[in-house]
Design a protein around this ligand. Structure first.
Ligand SMILES: Cc1ncc(COP(=O)(O)O)c(C=O)c1O
Length: 419
């Protein structure tokens, strides 16, 4: 199996570094720790995408399990979604007044998401996690926010764990961090700060980076819900990554509770830029009291795309499909690993699987295995959960397992100590 070369990608990066801080930002950038290691194994710029695949600027094709970090839910360039978006683009997109589609989509969100009595739209996930936290503070008149360890809620100053470049101490001084699945710790901080806690923000389960993901203990959310209700704390579900991959009715519904506020983004419009905050009637006036808007937040094209995406996900039972694909893929991968004498564990929900080769605590093996897969055209991550999408079929699973096999052969040569 031939391995890829990335001459154009790397030449383009040289140019990018001259005119863009860091060359590329996010996980591929300096501040994000350049997470794809070894850098030589990875492409840096994409040219086109279709279904489950993207092609880089060197013309290499990748079966993509990162799904643009989540937005690719139906398959890149889904015809139905793009037709709806393009049809709307020909009529109007960014205009002085919102299009009536904003109302259609808000109604659809209310019909779809169990805890939603209303919906507010923005662009990025961080826009709506920020609105959620501001609204919790507006609703309660309190300052403190509880976070669960390993969280990521975006890049706004309030969402940082600690001070860092550009973050003021006072922007994070009201953040309280507690471990996952630790009700004693939650009770203790509530006792200590009873009258000061505005909200608790959390992802539906522990899906951090560089660590196996973990679903919540039985009844965990029911107990958290009760503690929040009893103490006037706004419960915010950050469903930006899991939303519409666990349950169309929301991940709070999936775990048997109703959050007060729930944030959506990635899967909502199949890659067209949109995020949404939904919530209960009790929080509606607090949300409307916050002055909050953006230049493109009422653009009509992403609304058209979101309506088409949600309707299609429901029609084809996308959630079930993506979880079935994840189950087949991860059980196939662990069989392949076993045939080479390795133990590969999948954690998290199957539609958002995290892979861990447990034979090596240093993660070198995992890192090298993922890199060997990428060089052969299957884009896995060694540090982040991955995502299935509805365009992955039998052919893609077969290809993934063949490439995984080749990659294990390659890492065996490089790391004979693990055999
Ligand atoms: C759970 C979670 N919350 C918030 C965000 C921030 O979303 P965005 O990058 O669109 O601002 C992300 C993005 O990866 C996320 O995974």
């Amino acid at each position: 199996m031939k391995t890829y070369e990335y001459n154009k990608s790397h030449a383009l990066f040289e140019r990018a570094a001259q005119v863009i801080p860091g060359g590329i930002y996010g996980h591929l950038g300096v501040a994000g720790g350049r997470r794809y290691i070894p850098a030589s194994a990875y492409p840096l710029f994409a040219e086109r995408a279709e279904g489950a695949y993207f092609w880089d600027v060197d013309g290499n094709r990748f079966l993509d399990y990162m799904a643009a970090y989540g937005p690719n839910v139906l398959g890149y360039n889904d015809r139905e979604v793009n037709e709806a978006a393009i049809k709307q683009a020909a009529i109007a997109d960014c205009t002085t007044l919102p299009s009536s589609l904003i109302v259609d989509l808000a109604e659809l969100m209310v019909d779809t998401v169990a805890s939603a009595d209303w919906a507010f739209f923005a662009k990025n996930g961080g826009d709506v996690t920020t609105l959620a936290v501001m609204s919790a503070r507006a609703a309660t008149g309190r300052k403190k926010i509880i976070f669960l360890e390993g969280y990521y809620h975006g890049v706004a100053p309030w969402a940082h764990t600690d001070t860092g470049p550009g973050i003021l101490e006072e922007e994070v001084s009201n953040n309280i961090l507690i471990p996952w699945d630790d009700l004693d710790a939650l009770e203790a901080v509530i006792r200590e700060h009873k009258e000061d806690i505005a909200g608790l923000i959390a992802t539906p389960y522990y899906h951090t980076v560089f660590d196996s993901n973990q679903l919540p203990a039985k009844d965990y959310w029911q107990k958290v819900r009760k503690l929040c209700t009893d103490n006037g704390i706004v419960l915010i579900f950050d469903d930006i990554r899991c939303g519409f991959r666990l349950d169309m009715a929301g991940s709070d519904h999936y775990f048997g509770i109703k959050a007060d506020l729930i944030c959506f983004c990635k899967a909502i419009a199949n890659g067209w830029n949109l995020s949404a905050l939904c919530g209960t009637d009790a929080l509606k006036s607090a949300v409307q009291s916050v002055f909050y808007t953006g230049s493109y937040w009422m653009s009509a094209v992403p609304f058209a795309a979101a309506i088409a995406t949600i309707n299609k996900l429901k029609r084809i039972n996308g959630v079930q499909l993506m979880n079935d694909i994840g189950t087949r893929l991860t059980s196939g991968l662990s069989e392949v690993a076993k045939s080479h004498g390795f133990n590969m564990e999948a954690s998290g929900a199957p539609s958002l699987f995290y892979l861990h080769i447990t034979d090596d605590k240093s993660m070198m093996l995992q890192q090298d295995w993922a890199a060997e897969c990428v060089k052969r055209g299957v884009f896995f991550s060694h540090y982040h959960n991955m995502f299935t999408n509805c365009a992955i079929g039998d052919e893609e699973i077969k290809l993934s397992l063949e490439v995984a096999d080749e990659a294990f052969k390659a890492v065996k040569v490089k790391h004979p100590q693990f055999i």
